[in-house]
Design a protein around this ligand. Structure first.
Ligand SMILES: NC(=O)c1ccc[n+]([C@@H]2O[C@H](COP(=O)([O-])OP(=O)(O)OC[C@H]3O[C@@H](n4cnc5c(N)ncnc54)[C@H](O)[C@@H]3O)[C@@H](O)[C@H]2O)c1
Length: 473
């Protein structure tokens, strides 16, 4: 153990014996944010946690060790927190799993991907199995493993626990004393990224009472539980189910509104006005608005996890999930409604039309482009030889399409159509009147980006305006 401690920076290893060591496995959108928050939190004795971030990705590791947040973010609190913690000797990152051996708690924040290939849809649990094994081979008997990764229900008890048990047996440790908990993240990357970890309710559950208590103690030190109390569920499966149901519910609400958007457009109704009227009833407060489509890493995969769990983990292949199947399909096809609006306007003649897509990330105020609705739209218009250019103030490089978007309005203003697809607040600062300079492209508001005043403004410039969910324009 001493030799591994000797590999740590001096500043970090000072007083290590009196501090709680937290290893965070996975330095992505969730894990890197957890590193920032935990390394700036105090344990129950009022001492800073010592945090070790572990990832296979050397660039993310290097970024943290250089004192900067490894993911493009517009929340300055993230960079500040990482800088403070690394320079204060409370945070290091590494590619070496050996550091799990000195952890009091390991937090698993790795990816668990939905794959779609010739075999159909399936969840890649291999990543979880490998990650668990690398922890189980090294942790101390008394270390608590908290799984934050979104997993198909049953994963903790039927995949992770057996791996821990097998490795503990081989190492001569006591299986009956394994400490395992599940507590899922609700972090929201964006301007309040840091805050969204500390100031949000948490659900958790433990394998046994000791695991639950340790997990609760830890969460209480990093989350503002006075204002955002914790909810303990009765077992690990329930906590895993809560996460996937929570996201599936949201994805289903979004999918449900899609057909109403098309209906409203076809009969000349403004669906936003209709929904505003309905929302007055407290029972219907969280009805969704029309939009461009569902994107992001979570809502595009989590609704499949219950089906995978039933069929593959609990071996109950008879259970059907018609809503979940349908919502995934509907949400995937939603960006094509905007494509149809474009195609109908130009009466099917899209070849060489110049289009500017404003927004490529999966939602407003983030640079994350994973599974974005813009990607589906972009790939569709490309098939029709549209000359499409992209603009996103937050995205430097759009990896999924190999495109470098403009970061602001380009010099070229000669477009046949402008498509507002993401509600980035930066668009409010652009001077479109000056930029258009008398040009009158078609304007499509695909995602409720423009308010009535903006729409009137574009009309006053002589532009035609269309909007998803608005049949009144
Ligand atoms: N992104 C979000 O906003 C969000 C919000 C709530 C929950 N979640 C859930 O949190 C989990 C993580 O999501 P993310 O967006 O941070 O994913 P991500 O892909 O950005 O990051 C995952 C990281 O884990 C690393 N990793 C994989 N296997 C590893 C191993 N064996 N050892 C060390 N590192 C390993 C990868 O290299 C990667 O850097 C997912 O289950 C996701 O559904 C995400």
């Amino acid at each position: 153990m001493q030799s591994i401690i000797d590999e740590l920076p001096k500043e970090f290893s000072r007083n290590l014996e009196n501090r709680k060591v937290i290893c965070i496995q996975g330095l992505g959108f969730v894990g890197a944010a957890m590193c920032a928050v935990v390394s700036n939190s105090l344990d129950e004795n009022g001492e800073n946690y010592k945090v070790i971030g572990v990832d296979l990705d050397g660039e993310r590791v290097q970024s943290i060790n250089d004192g900067s947040f490894p993911i493009n973010t517009n929340d300055p609190a993230m960079d500040e927190a990482i800088k403070r913690a690394t320079s204060g000797g409370n945070l290091v990152a590494t590619e070496k799993p050996d550091f799990y051996s000195i952890a009091d708690i390991v937090v698993m924040d790795i990816n668990c991907d939905l794959i779609e290939d010739e075999k159909g849809k399936w969840v890649n649990l291999e990543t979880i199995e490998k990650a668990t094994a690398s922890i189980a081979k090294r942790i101390k008997q008394e270390c608590l493993l908290i799984v934050e990764t979104t997993v198909p229900p049953g994963t903790c008890e039927k995949i992770i626990l057996p791996i821990l048990s097998k490795e503990f047996s081989q190492r001569g440790l006591d299986n009956s004393k394994i400490k395992l908990a599940h507590s899922y993240e609700r972090v929201m990357p964006g301007k309040d990224y840091y805050d969204s970890i500390q100031n949000c309710w948490r659900v958790y559950s433990g394998l046994n009472q000791e695991s639950s208590e340790l997990c609760k103690k830890f969460l209480t030190t990093i989350i503002n539980t006075k204002e955002f109390p914790l909810t303990e569920l009765s077992n690990l499966k329930a906590s895993e189910t809560a996460k996937v149901l929570e996201n599936s519910f949201r994805a289903a609400n979004i999918a449900f509104i899609d057909e109403w958007s098309r209906f409203a457009e076809s009969i000349g109704v403004n669906l936003f006005e209709v929904i505003d009227a309905i929302k007055v009833r407290p029972t219907h407060k969280n009805i969704m608005l029309p939009g461009f489509g569902v994107g992001g890493y979570c809502l595009t995969k989590d609704p499949y996890f219950a089906k995978f769990s039933a069929h593959e983990i609990f071996n109950n292949k008879e259970l059907d999930f018609p809503f979940s199947d349908l919502l995934l399909q509907v949400n995937k096809e939603m960006p094509l409604s905007t494509f149809e609006t474009l195609r109908n306007y130009f009466q099917g003649d899209l070849a060489n039309k110049k289009v500017l897509l404003l927004g490529v990330s999966y939602r407003e105020e983030v640079a994350d482009t994973r599974y974005s609705a813009s990607e589906i739209f972009y790939k569709e218009v490309k098939k029709h030889d549209v000359d499409i250019k992209c603009l996103d103030p937050l995205v430097e490089y759009w990896e999924e399409t190999d495109v470098k978007p403009f970061r602001a309005l380009p010099d070229d203003n000669d477009f046949d159509a402008l498509i507002f697809s993401v509600r980035h607040s930066e668009f409010e600062d652009y001077n479109f009147e000056k930029w258009l300079d008398g040009k009158k492209p078609l304007i499509i508001d695909a995602n409720n980006v423009l308010n009535s005043k903006n729409i009137e403004f574009y009309k006053s410039l002589g532009c035609n305006v269309r909007a998803i969910g608005r049949g009144d324009l």
